[in-house]
Write a protein that binds this ligand. Structure first.
Ligand code: NAP
Length: 308
């Protein structure tokens, strides 16, 4: 099968299309013919060695995958060849940037008919992280609260704004250039962080800060005394938080198939929007362009690769 792999250097220019072995289909595995794969910042952290591990060689990245069932292992009874499916499997396994990916059946979900392969692939890590930020135990966003969503127009941010609205919050979201997008997602106030010093202008306005950028410490003044702040990115300074009795934590997302199913149904009903900045072809050149956009840190929503 064709696969787009990256060598030990991990550099974007070193992504290369090769002929790789088709993955083995063990008893509990579903072989998916890949139709779309979404990009996540963690892919770049893996290829650059920042996660402290690399994938097996040849390194085939890509966790959030959609496609069609091509083959099933002998223990698989709930899926048949031809079913349209999606998955968000383990980041340390990857496998998406290829013609076929072999995924254990318990991580595979049926794709609603009305949702496209690109949209369903774009849920994955970003939607799970956003949902878990908004609903984390003892941090859960409550009706009537004000949430400051830093990085509102990013992959995690676009879902964070919508999930916080679903919980009934007043949402203030930041962007440098996607004000209209954030309004269309339901943000009540939009801050252009290049024009306004949010920490000053919005001081003491939010019950909760959700920082998806990694600049939570400098934005902490937006939180009221006794409030809370959560990030999936660089940790927020506990010392600064303690000064004003603010509870802080860093979230590590968990794979959750019930949540993914719930998001898929919401997308099908039109209750959750999937924002995709750009769809690139799943080719060597397309993969390189997609990762260039990802590392720019300024994509609006998700970046997706589509099999041709
Ligand atoms: N711990 C976990 O389990 C976990 C899970 C998922 C993600 N993450 C991390 O969460 C972060 C967000 O992920 P993502 O997928 O949402 O990334 P992304 O799509 O690349 O996020 C881009 C967003 O960051 C904003 N941004 C960039 N530079 C900024 C700056 N200087 N000040 C303010 N905003 C800025 C961009 O805004 P503009 O383009 O409007 O300027 C855009 O909204 C990443 O660090 C990722 O590694 C962690």
């Amino acid at each position: 099968m064709k696969a787009i792999v990256v060598n030990e250097s991990g550099n974007i220019e070193d992504f290369k299309e090769i002929e790789a072995d088709k993955p083995e289909v063990n008893a509990d595995v579903i072989l998916i013919e890949v139709r779309a794969v979404a990009i996540n910042p963690v892919d770049s952290a893996i290829r650059e060695g920042r996660m402290g591990f690399k994938l097996e060689s040849p390194m085939i990245l890509g966790t959030d995958i959609s496609g069609v069932v091509a083959e099933t292992g002998e223990n698989v009874t709930d899926f048949s060849v031809g079913d349209e499916v999606f998955t968000s499997y383990k980041v340390n396994r990857g496998g998406g940037l290829a013609e076929y990916a072999a995924i254990p059946q318990k991580y595979v979900l049926k794709k609603p008919e009305k949702v496209s392969f690109e949209e369903i692939a774009a849920l994955g890590i970003a939607a799970l992280t956003a949902y878990q930020l908004v609903n984390k135990e003892s941090y859960q966003v409550q009706e009537g609260e004000t949430v400051f969503a830093q990085g509102g127009s990013g992959g995690v941010g676009t879902y964070t704004v919508q999930f916080a609205k679903q919980n009934g919050a007043h949402v203030i979201a930041t962007t440098s250039r996607n004000e209209e997008l954030l309004q269309s997602l339901g943000a009540d106030e939009v801050v252009n962080y290049k024009k306004e010093d949010a920490a000053k202008v919005y001081a003491n306005k939010a019950d909760m800060l959700i920082d998806t950028v990694g600049r939570g410490t400098e934005t902490l003044p937006v939180v009221v005394e006794g409030g809370r702040a959560l990030t999936p990115a660089a940790p927020i300074s506990e010392d600064k938080a303690v000064e004003r009795n603010i509870t802080v934590d860093r979230l590590v997302y968990q794979i959750n198939t019930d949540q993914l199913n719930k998001f898929a149904n919401q997308v099908e009903r039109g209750d959750l929007k999937v924002v995709i900045d750009e769809v690139f072809p799943l080719t060597q050149e397309g993969v390189q362009q997609a990762y260039q956009l990802s590392v720019s840190g300024h994509a609006a929503g998700k970046i997706v690769l589509k099999a041709e």
